[in-house]
Design a binder for this molecule. Structure first.
Ligand code: GLU
Length: 282
């Protein structure tokens, strides 16, 4: 049985790019006669706001998307709001800790910047964590709970992570070159995105992950987590990013293009989902 998901992060109103990616996820679930799960990814307490979580549900309903499980309809994998799933994430931290593939890291952004000798990977805003700042193997083995410090996953330097993307074709990223040791737990006591998303996609039985192509590199990191946990990987389908007539990404310039603004301008759901972006920009 196909199980897909919509996983918005409520840091603002959803825009046209989200609308089109989420609609694609819904279409793929429907075409496969599968199920769609809605999950609110609100782990970043500083940037997420409950009113944006409510607005996202409303906007996606207005677009005509239908989901079978979610914060507003419940289901066998409740709760569907990540801030309420900390106990489960902690168990996944314990599994990674027992497997010996993560370590506590008290290095600041400045430490990382100072130790960097190579330029950053081009695909991603995050600098490669310098191996010289890694603690010796085994550090943190006697720790029983993660809070109070950041934890990183030790990537296998030089190994190429391959995957087949159902929309973008074959992909390859090199650990230690395209991405480095990444955060799995934050010192504020919550999991980092990569851990939370893998933990939940696994728990919720997701068979295909549909999301924007800006997350292709994250997929390489997430594959390492699936392997470390001994969990089967889902299929991957990264949607092309919505760009304007000049080829610029919309995520960065949402003025006038939030779903609610387009709706207020009298646009219909079909227009929001299909009309060329240039037309909507007026
Ligand atoms: N919550 C993430 C976002 O809104 C997407 C996560 C995912 O689809 O894996 O950017």
């Amino acid at each position: 049985m196909y199980r897909g998901r919509l996983a918005p992060t409520p840091t603002g109103y959803l825009h046209l790019g989200h609308a089109r990616t989420f609609a694609l996820a819904a279409q793929r679930a429907q075409a496969a006669q599968g199920q769609l799960i809605y999950r609110t990814e609100d782990l970043d307490a500083e940037r997420c706001r409950p009113e944006f979580a409510v607005a996202a549900l409303e906007d996606l309903r207005w677009l005509g998307l239908l989901w079978h499980e979610g914060p507003d309809v419940d289901g066998p994998h409740a709760p569907y709001t990540q801030s309420q799933r900390r106990g489960y994430f902690l168990k996944v931290w314990e599994l990674l800790h027992a497997a010996g593939c993560i370590y506590p890291c008290d290095k600041s952004r400045q430490d990382v910047a100072r130790a960097l000798t190579a330029p950053h990977a081009e695909h991603d805003a995050e600098p490669i964590f310098p191996p010289s700042l890694r603690p010796p193997l085994g550090q943190g083995r006697d720790v029983t709970q993660p809070d109070g410090t950041n934890w990183r996953f030790r990537v296998p330097d030089g190994e190429t992570i391959h995957f087949e993307d159902r929309l973008q074709g074959p992909q390859a990223f090199v650990a230690g070159k395209d991405f480095g040791d990444f955060l799995v737990w934050r010192k504020d006591g919550f999991p980092a995105y990569e851990l939370a998303v893998v933990a939940d996609d696994h728990a919720m039985g997701i068979t295909e992950v549909v999301r924007g192509a800006d997350l292709l590199l994250s997929t390489a990191r997430q594959i390492l987590l699936y392997r470390a946990l001994g969990w089967p990987e889902p299929h991957w389908a990264h949607a092309p990013l919505v760009v304007d007539a000049q080829g610029r990404r919309l995520a960065k310039r949402t003025a006038g293009l939030s779903i609610r603004e387009l709706r207020a301008q009298g646009r219909t759901p079909v227009e929001v989902l299909t009309v060329p972006v240039g037309t909507l920009l007026g």
